[in-house]
Structure formats: C-alpha cells, structure tokens
Ligand binder design. Structure first.
Ligand SMILES: *Cc1c(COP(=O)(O)O)cnc(C)c1O
Length: 433
C-alpha cells in the first residue's frame, strides 16, 4: 500500500477548530446535503443501515409514478428498464467492484444468494467434500452453508471445516494452511463485521486456485466502504448486500457475482427469470439458461427493493470509490486518534488493526460496559451499533458524516464516562440491538 495513502501517519489535532478545518477542506462535503440527516442526531450506524438520499427517494418516487401511470405496462416502459432492472442496476454496481456488469446480478438477499452460489458450486465428491469457513463471520453465512451441506447428504461436522481466529483476527496463512486436498470451496468475508479486519483477498484466492479449490467472497462490509477489484482477484463468485454502505434502504436487494468463466454452469436454484430474455415469455417447459450472472435470478425482480439503489449508486459513480475510501480512512483515522487521546483512560480499547490496508469502514470500540454506554449514547442523540458482548461499532460514512460530528461524539463519550450516566440503564438486552 502506498505510504502516502496511510492516513494513520497524518498529524491530527485535538479541539473543535481542527474538526471544522477538516470539514472546510473536505472534497466530498457537498454530498451531505443530498441526504436526509435527522436533526440533533449523529448517525454512526451506516454500516448496518445507510441513510436515505434524495437521489434514492427520486428513483423510488419515479417507480411509484410509473406504476400509477402504466399498470402492467410498467414492464415495457423505457425499453424494458424494470423487466431488466437487475442488469440495469448491475451496470451502476460494476465500477464499485471492478467486475463486468454482466457478471453481476442484483437479486435476492445475501443469505439467499449464499444458498444460490453454494447450491451452484458445491459438487462434493468422495475426496473433495469440505467447505472452508472461519469462526468470525456473520452467522447467517454459516447457517446457510451448514444447511447446504445437509442438503447434499453430509453433516456440518464432517463437511464444514473452520479456520480458527487468533485474538479476534483471522490470519491469512492459517486459512491457506487449512486448504487441504479434501476442501472443495473456500468462503470468507473480505471485511469482518465486528473488527473491520480486511482479508487479503488476492493472496487467499490465488492460494485456493493453485490447489484446485473454488473460492467465493462475502463482500457485505466491503462494497461501498473499500475499493474492490474482482477482475484482478479472479475469484469464482461473491455475494453482498446493498443496505449497508450502499444506502439501498432496509432489506434492499442483494447482489451476486459469478465469474464469467462459469456462465455455462446451471444455477443451483433456477427460476424463470434466469431464462434467456428472448425465450422467457414463450413459457416453454424447458429452462433455457441465460448465460450471464442474470441467469442466476430466480423470480420476478423486487422493484421496490431495487429502486432506491438506482439513485444511490449513481452518487457513488459521480464521486468514485477512490474518493469515498480516502475520506472513510480519514474519518476512521481521526476517530481512532481521538479515542487514543481521550477515551483509553476510561477503559476503552480499539478492536481494529491499525494499518489502513487492514481497516474497513468502521471503528470497533471495546469496553466491558459497552451495552449500557451504547444506550447512553442513544439518549444523547448518537446512533451507534452494539454487538454482544462488548463492542460498539462506529461507522462515520464518507458521504454524509462530518469530522465535527466525529469530534462531538467523542466529547459526548467523554462526558458519559465522567458523569457515569450509563449506570442508570439496565443491562437487559433489547431484541434488536
Ligand atoms: C449484513 C450481512 C449479511 C446479511 O444477510 P441478509 O440476508 O441480507 O440478511 C450476511 N452476511 C454478512 C457477512 C453480513 O455482513
């Protein structure tokens, strides 16, 4: 990684004047006004659900208008834009992940897409029947893989192999050492949801390919937060969601990438929207597979879970992922600097790796009282994200968070600790935390 790109080497300064200075010199500062920012709220939860932009609202209202005007003819307007919506939105997604647009489908949800890709690529034989995972990934990925293994007549105990973390991080060399001859597929996250650790996708993918192992990536915490170049990585498949850093709205459609060298494979879960466009409405009994990623679509596209994404992705295209990543690193670097200087004395620690090249879009703040502190933050208008047992995730988002908000939030945390105001809250957890 280019040394000049390492924002942790920058000289940050304490005090509100410095945060104002950073805001005044922010090349992405103008984007904030395109979002709906709630009054008296500092939103640090964009890694869980991104905020709505006016651009996302516009494309959604446009869809409503067309439904009003057209009824069923909505599938035909603008050269079948909505009928082909997955491939239309894939064109906007492609520059963010460095893939060809026909290698991307905007469809389903991450969990469903994991079932789809594993259902497609998992062809266990007597000698190669294991799927290699890790012990830190978001659990839905594990649940999906376990059930796919069962569908093929194996048990997770015999067929799911787990790379163990060391001190809450995964070591790439441990992953590679676990790539034994019985492993059929490696499936890992590129950015960890808790610590924001970035794995070296290229190194792991190359090692898997050299051993004849299929490799797939979960990019949920990567896309929209860090730069991803699927072409150079050349993995077999990937999945990601669009409601986190891509601001597609609650439950917006997920995305999947199928490397074009696999277009001839039959989808594990087939449906009529995976049929070739030319013959789909002939409604024949025989499936005529569309030979690109959209051949992995299943049924009718979920237009209302896609329309906000159209507007939102255009904003990413306008400013480019490079700038988004640079600002994100500077925001999280500044936050880590302030935590080091003001919060360590209150028993906080930082759960991230320090290098820019190993840090995704959020800061992982740890404290044994994290749960009650997160409630105290909410009471003071800060929206954090708590993860059991002791992590507060703070995601200052490049497109809409200011450096002044980061500064103010740290001041609020100092105040909460000094006044011990978190102690009035109960330790009993909410259902959705
Ligand atoms: C957010 C996230 C998911 C979410 O899956 P859904 O099917 O959209 O609920 C799955 N995996 C990882 C790693 C995630 O970060």
């Amino acid at each position: 990684m280019d040394k000049a790109y390492n924002v942790m080497d920058q000289q940050f300064k304490d005090g509100p004047a410095f945060s104002k200075f950073l805001d005044n010199n922010d090349p992405l500062g103008h984007l904030r006004q395109r979002f709906y920012i709630r009054k008296n709220t500092i939103y640090m939860c964009g890694n869980s659900l991104g905020l709505i932009s006016k651009d996302a609202e516009d494309t959604t209202l446009d869809l409503i208008q067309k439904w009003k005007n057209e009824g069923v003819q909505i599938w035909n307007v603008e050269e079948n834009k909505y009928y082909l919506y997955s491939s239309q939105i894939a064109k906007l997604m492609a520059p963010l992940v460095g893939a060809d647009d026909d290698e991307i489908a905007v469809v389903g949800s991450t969990t469903v897409n994991i079932h789809q890709v594993i259902g497609t690529f998992y062809k266990p034989t007597k000698d190669r029947y294991k799927i290699l995972l890790d012990d830190l990934n978001f659990p839905t990925d594990r649940y999906a893989i376990d059930s796919q293994v069962r569908l093929k007549g194996y048990t997770p105990e015999e067929s799911v192999k787990i790379v163990k973390s060391v001190n809450k991080f995964i070591n790439e060399n441990d992953v590679i050492a676990a790539m034994t001859d019985d492993v059929a597929i490696v499936f890992l996250p590129s950015v960890y949801y808790r610590t924001a650790q970035i794995l070296d996708m290229k190194k792991i993918t190359d090692a898997a390919k050299a051993r004849g192992i299929i490799v797939g990536w979960d990019l949920c915490h990567a896309v929209g937060a860090i730069e991803v170049d699927l072409k150079s990585i050349d993995a077999d498949f990937a999945v990601w969601c669009t409601y986190k850093y891509l601001n597609g709205g609650p439950g917006s459609c997920g995305a999947l990438y199928i490397n074009r060298k696999h277009f001839q494979l039959l989808p594990g879960l087939a449906g009529w929207f995976g049929n070739r466009v030319e013959t789909q409405f002939l409604l024949r009994q025989k499936f005529d597979h569309r030979k690109d990623s959209n051949g992995w679509q299943i049924g009718t596209p979920h237009l209302f879970s896609m329309a906000p994404l159209e507007g939102s992705l255009k904003m990413f295209i306008d400013c480019g992922m490079r700038k988004v990543r640079q600002k994100s690193l500077k925001l999280t670097g500044y936050l880590i600097y302030l935590i080091d200087n003001k919060l360590i004395q209150f028993g906080f620690s930082i759960g991230n790796l320090r290098e820019d090249s190993k840090r995704g879009g959020h800061v992982c703040l740890e404290h044994e009282e994290s749960y009650r502190i997160s409630l105290a933050l909410k009471e003071r208008g800060v929206v954090p994200d708590f993860r059991d047992p002791n992590v507060i995730r703070l995601a200052p988002v490049a497109m809409y968070t200011t450096y002044s908000e980061v500064y103010t939030m740290v001041e609020v945390l100092v105040d909460i600790m000094k006044s011990e105001s978190y102690k009035k809250f109960s330790c009993k957890r909410n259902v959705v935390v």
